[in-house]
Design a protein around this ligand. Structure first.
Ligand code: FCB
Length: 464
């Protein structure tokens, strides 16, 4: 398929294949609020937020965007954007408050209403089973470093699939296992805030195992489901052409990308990363049991990729960790509010490489977006020109990947609206809709208006 891409500012939906899916994405803890309502039990994020010094300004998701109480108007808002699809996540502690065992009908009803509301508006639901809100009761038993948590996830996936599988056909098992494992258990800047390399790699194995169990559970009750995992991937480039920096980029790629891609695509864990980890590897810990790799590589229908930036690294043998790489800032590059480099070309490179090395049946960008310090102007608008440009550049880069042969099937902008940005609290805004957290007023930003117009210029029906 050949695409002719005009100058990025004049992109329209017609520049993409007719059945290409466009959506917006959110996650449960970041938007729902109602943290103590509807039978929901605390998650590791409630606990983490309540721990002094962990989250910016001591903020939490108790109220967030109050989406739980504003479901219908938020669904109207989503529909107004002209998207085909909406990616959301289900909060495990709303469905099985005890982590295992009894289900909570109020929780199931909430997501059932959400799904019905989407379908009534001709929007395809894309459901993520795990976007980081592990029931605290399961963390109390050891959390993701324990194999039982993966087994519990399999049971939870079966419950949600049985309840919603008649209407939901697009399923994402786990969102960003690298973040959940490494930021949560390795460096401790995410819940549950542990700092132990061996624990974090035990967690990564069990999150991948949970993915495999989730694929099986969804397939068992939804034979026509499309199921996949979402990985956060970023192409890794050496800061110079020195062999040492090139080797550093390869190590970075193993740690952040190949560690997850390998097992999911049936190649097992990359041996170079296993060797670097030594005693901290799940293999050395005796955690990779017979059958695990087969389970993790259960055939899936697509690969979900969250892409925000790239990494540029140099060799740093003395920095005291197993990886020995240092991220460097690139002179002359533009950076977003998170200090992430705007690197659209790396999206093209990454997609072509994924297609070449792993040959997924389809790739969806399940998140892409940028944070900037937005302000509502006196004219009532948020003039977030930099965010609009970011979307345009990344969509053009996607087009180039399609032209190059990557099987790109869809794109979800992160995020529908400003929300609770984890350890950064409400300080970092990623929405294409601005949220005033005092009044809960939603205001479409200029970037949202651009996306809406971009999507309106199409012949395509919204049903996919
Ligand atoms: C991703 C997360 C998402 C959001 C964006 C900015 O890592 O999946 O919840 O926080 O980053």
């Amino acid at each position: 398929m050949t695409l002719t891409l005009p100058d990025t500012t004049r992109l329209t939906r017609q520049n993409f294949p007719p059945d290409f899916v466009f959506g917006v994405a959110t996650s449960s803890y970041q938007i729902e609020g109602a943290a103590h309502e509807g039978g929901r039990s605390p998650s590791i994020w409630d606990t983490f937020c309540a721990t002094p010094g962990k989250v910016m300004n001591g903020e939490n998701g108790d109220v967030a965007c109050d989406h739980y109480h504003r479901l219908d108007s938020d669904l109207d808002l989503i529909a107004s954007l002209n998207v085909n699809a909406y990616r959301f996540s289900v909060a495990w502690p709303r469905i099985i408050p005890g982590g295992r065992g009894a289900t909570n009908q109020a929780g199931l009803d909430f997501y059932s209403r959400l799904v019905d509301g989407l379908l009534a508006r001709d929007i395809t639901p894309w459901l993520t089973l795990y976007h980081w809100d592990l029931p605290q009761v399961l963390q109390d038993k050891g959390g993701w470093p324990e194999r039982d948590t993966a087994l519990a996830f399999g049971d939870y996936a079966a419950v949600v699939a049985a309840e919603l599988g008649d209407r939901v056909k697009h399923w994402i098992t786990i969102n960003e296992p690298w973040v959940a494992a490494f930021l949560g258990y390795g460096v401790g800047i995410h819940a549950p805030g542990h700092t132990d390399l061996a624990e974090s790699f035990a967690a990564s194995h069990h999150l991948l195992l949970a993915h495999g169990l989730g694929v099986q559970a969804v397939r068992a009750s939804v034979p026509d489901a499309q199921v996949g995992i979402t990985l956060n991937l970023g192409a890794a480039y050496p800061a110079s052409s020195s062999p040492a920096d090139e080797a550093a980029a390869h190590r970075q790629d193993g740690f952040a990308n190949r560690w997850y891609l390998g097992p999911v695509f049936g190649r097992g864990y990359p041996q170079d990363t296993v060797d670097l980890l030594g005693a901290a590897s799940p293999q050395a810990q005796g955690l990779v049991l017979p059958g695990d790799l087969e389970m993790i590589s259960s055939p899936s229908d697509f690969l979900g990729v969250n892409m925000y930036s790239r990494s540029v690294v140099e060799d740093a043998p003395d920095n005291g960790d197993f990886l020995g790489v240092k991220q460097v800032k690139v002179e002359g590059s533009e950076y977003t509010g998170f200090d992430w480099e705007v690197a659209p070309q790396s999206l093209t490179d990454l997609m072509l490489r994924l297609q070449r090395d792993y040959n997924p049946a389809a790739i969806y960008i399940t998140e892409n977006g940028a944070t900037y310090p937005d302000h509502v102007s006196p004219d009532g608008t948020v003039h977030d020109t930099a965010r609009t440009r970011y979307f345009q550049q990344h969509l053009a880069a996607l087009g180039a990947a399609i032209t190059g042969g990557a099987k790109m099937a869809g794109y979800f902008a992160w995020s529908l609206m400003d929300n609770f940005e984890w350890a950064e609290g409400y300080d970092k805004r990623f929405g294409i809709v601005h949220v005033d957290f005092g009044t809960q007023a939603r205001t479409l930003k200029a970037s949202g208006k651009w996306y809406q117009d971009f999507l309106a210029r199409t012949q395509q029906s919204k049903a996919t």
